[in-house]
Design a protein around this ligand. Sequence first.
Ligand code: UD1
Ligand code: CA
Length: 461
Amino acid sequence: MKEFVSVIMAAGLGTRMKSDRAKVLHPVLGKPMLYFPLQAVRALRPKAISVVVGHQAERVREAMGTDPGLVYALQKEQKGTADALKAGVAPLGKVRSTLLVLNGDMPLIRTETLKALIAFHRRQKNALTLSSFITPDPTGYGRVLRDDRDRVSGIVEQKDATTDQLRIPEVNGGLYVMEPGVLDLLSQIRPANRAGEYYLTDIVGLSVSEGLKVGACLVEEEDLRGVNSRKELAEAAGILRMRILEGLMADGVSVMQPGSVFIEPEVKVGRDTFIYPNVVIEGRSRIGAGCHIFPGVRIVNSKVEDGAVVKDGCVIEDSRIGPGCSVGPFAHLRPGSVLKKDVKVGNFVELKKAVLRDGAKASHLSYLGDAEIGRGVNIGAGTITCNYDGTHKHQTVIGEGVFIGSDTQLVAPVKVGKGAYVGAGSTITGDVPAGSLALTRVRQRNIEGWVKKRALVKGKK
Ligand code: UD1
Ligand code: CA
């Protein structure tokens, strides 16, 4: 693609959101709304991108981060989109290439659509190209005005439109391609409208009067849907969610009930993986090939490797599940948990910063925190690492092949050497040497005939 620069306008407050948070920071599938148009533009590798910030400028900058091609332009007062563009081009110096301008509130815009719009602009040799779509409900959008020869003659905003103009079904999408000369007309725009704002849309009429070639390119309505309210936000999120799922299905992932599955945009899922209903996968999670993610699982910033199974009702956060592992049902992997190969973590097991090496098992009702668990270890039901002394966290280290009997407490810091056994019900407060058996429970005593004697005593009363 020939050189171009881009301005994304994102300084507005978004009054219609009724929020303390700037509109472009409202999350859509875990990302600020502005992330989506920015990504769509980035993929075309423009020479520079200028993001116009104003309302909560600092937070917008923080959320979007920095990269070499990205500059932020401050629009001090939100006086309208023409003023926003003026602010946006300022840090770009003298613009000499084609300029792509976008509203920041269109999370559904796709790279392909931008590419097609720029191509149309160049094919038509336009000075200014706007994007438009025809919709049964044009409410809120600027209407595209055409002359008797059907040429674009201007845009009129909803607030300023006559009854006849309000009936025009072709609306302005808020996406423009222009040659640098058009920018000179910005200074002629006056806030002579009901909102008292400097409307970028006035540049269309101005360009036409200057004899410049102006055209409108019809674009899919879906791409151009502006988000101004919470309802539109929810609708846009729904469309994006389906696009992501359709993309995964096209790549060989089975999504059993797309209506109930949420997968965020940066997640990757391998072939022949089955995603059951009510699954949520967030952040930078990576799911391998041939995995089963059963109903009601939430996975956040975690890696699940090939062939692993995560059964119903698990929460997996910042953790790693190695190939062939089985987790759940109802397990909670808190940050820093690592399951190597073929590990089994069963019902009601909570892990935190726990490493379980190949073939280790913790099948029932355990808490393992700050623990290193060797290959082939068996952790009996109800085993608890007492990792916290009220002030500090301490480590539990369990060697290869160890057998920990049920209902054991391991009071950290503590080490259990290779191959050792710990008897059920033990409270382990000191290290256990390799190959030994540790028992801390009281020896069992049976009092014969006790029940009968007790009954006799009772009967006397
Ligand atoms: C705008 C268009 C309208 C079009 C619609 C498409 C104008 C005057 N109207 O209306 O024709 O149909 O988009 O969705 O442009 N912004 C700033 N600074 C400002 C004002 C706005 O940066 O001073 C940013 C906003 O953050 C937003 C974008 O510009 O991302 C559009 O502003 P918005 O108020 O949403 O415009 P609309 O009324 O939707
Ligand atoms: Ca808008």
